[in-house]
Ligand binder design. Structure first.
Ligand SMILES: [Zn+2]
Length: 121
């Protein structure tokens, strides 16, 4: 057996066989590890899970408040004209129309010979 195996067994809380116990008693590293495990076990059993009174209710109330918060803000109607939904749609449509007209002008300028539109060749 190795130090690692012995310490893994101690960590899992498994009982050591005679050889491992002898090793833990003679090996300084494993002895210290076993002592630390024993101390930790005692500390953990002394710790009682204590939840403050009304903790769950406070958590649930807080969650409800946070869930309601953003929805409440979303329900409020925007006051400025450019925050309205129709204004955004109108501006986006106007921008798309300008872009299409610009593209059509560019394509027409490339495809049509300059002379046919009346410009100087
Ligand atoms: Zn050891």
């Amino acid at each position: 057996m190795t130090c690692t195996e012995t310490q893994e067994k101690l960590t899992r809380g498994e009982a050591l066989d005679d050889g491992e116990r002898d090793h833990a008693l003679s090996c300084a590293e494993c002895g210290a590890f076993a002592a630390a495990c024993a101390t930790l076990d005692v500390a953990l059993t002394e710790l009682e899970p204590c939840v403050p009174e009304g903790f769950a209710d406070r958590v649930m109330a807080r969650i409800e408040r946070e869930v309601d918060g953003p929805r409440g803000r979303e329900r409020a109607t925007p006051t400025l004209w450019y925050e309205q939904r129709w204004a955004g749609m109108l501006l986006a449509s106007a921008a798309a129309l300008v872009a299409i007209l610009n593209f059509a002008r560019f394509v027409a300028g490339v495809l049509m010979p300059v002379g046919s539109v009346g410009g100087a060749p």
